[in-house]
Design a protein around this ligand. Structure first.
Ligand code: HEC
Length: 266
């Protein structure tokens, strides 16, 4: 059984005052969805009309939590259409990409409130409170999917019908290590970094006008990717958790892009 309860069910079992509970009464903010050059706005009231309570096991706290939200497909029905991708853009520039093909029957939720709390926030490892709204992408506790992104402060969705990073995908004729490196880059780096303007902007651009491999020593780059804090105190980039072979591959990809990327065109 999946870990969500629809509000209609809650009402049916006698929680008649449920809509008066403050965390349920709040209407979530409107959510812009950009797709194919058009922006449409999903009204918060429409999401509220499809609200449910979902049980999640948060990756940071690790404890089960009840959140109020709606399935992502209410805001973007194409999120599960094979071949399409959805980018969740966050206030700090982080961009998580969800490929429909990776969802395999699981339901991501867009949450906007925590059950039993008027605040919608979490405490990070340093004890700092972080606001989770406007929206927090979460996964049903019953969903034992592999590695799932949990982006918070999501303020915009972007729909893609083509592969998300098509323009920075190495050609099929590129060496296999370069293509393997792209897969690592796409999964671990592109959400925070742009190459030629494509990707997230929480971290610095790594491709233009000069590729990062043209001005960083190779050994330092490998060390940085493994453990940024080993080189810079207060580094905001998290350790990648990648093994030596993946780090080597991602550097090969960045070296390839340092010459393959056309910075003039962007
Ligand atoms: C959660 C976001 C995030 C992820 C994921 C991330 N980075 Fe970073 N990265 C940053 C930030 C922020 C900086 C800026 C320096 C700092 O404060 O840590 C940075 C800095 C860098 C730098 C140094 C750039 C410079 O000249 O200062 C390189 C190189 C780099 N990242 C490569 C990577 C690679 C390769 C990956 C994937 C394996 C990656 N990053 C994943 C956020 C991220």
């Amino acid at each position: 059984m999946r870990g969500f309860i629809s509000l209609a069910v809650l009402l049916a079992v006698g929680c008649a005052e449920a809509p008066l509970l403050p965390w349920l009464a709040a209407t979530p903010p409107d959510l812009p969805v950009v797709a194919g050059g058009d922006t449409k706005t999903i009204r918060g009231a429409d999401l509220a009309a499809r609200a449910g309570v979902v049980l999640v096991v948060e990756p940071v706290a690790g404890s089960p939590t009840l959140l109020v939200g709606a399935p992502l497909t209410v805001a973007r029905p194409e999120a599960t259409t094979p071949g399409s991708s959805t980018v969740l853009a966050c206030l700090d520039g982080y961009r998580a990409t969800l490929r429909a093909d990776d969802l395999q029957g699981s339901t991501p939720w867009l949450a906007w409130a925590a059950w039993g709390s008027e605040a919608f926030a979490a405490t990070d490892a340093q004890g700092k409170r972080i606001a989770l709204g406007p929206y927090y992408l979460v996964w049903d506790a019953a969903d034992r999917g592999a590695e799932r992104p949990w982006p918070f402060q999501v303020h915009r969705l972007e729909g893609l019908t083509a592969p998300a990073y098509g323009a920075i995908t190495p050609a099929a004729t590129a060496p296999p290590e370069v293509r393997a490196g792209f897969a690592v880059y796409e999964g671990h780096c592109a959400k925070c970094h742009a190459l030629g303007g494509i990707g997230g902007d929480l971290g610095p651009e790594l491709g233009c006008p000069a590729g990062v491999t043209t001005y960083w020593q190779r050994a330092a780059l490998a060390r940085w990717i493994a453990e940024p804090a080993a080189l810079r105190r207060g580094a905001r980039m998290p350790p990648s958790g990648l093994g030596a072979a993946d780090i080597e591959a991602v550097i090969r990809y960045l070296e390839h892009m340092a010459t393959a990327l056309d910075c003039g065109a962007r």
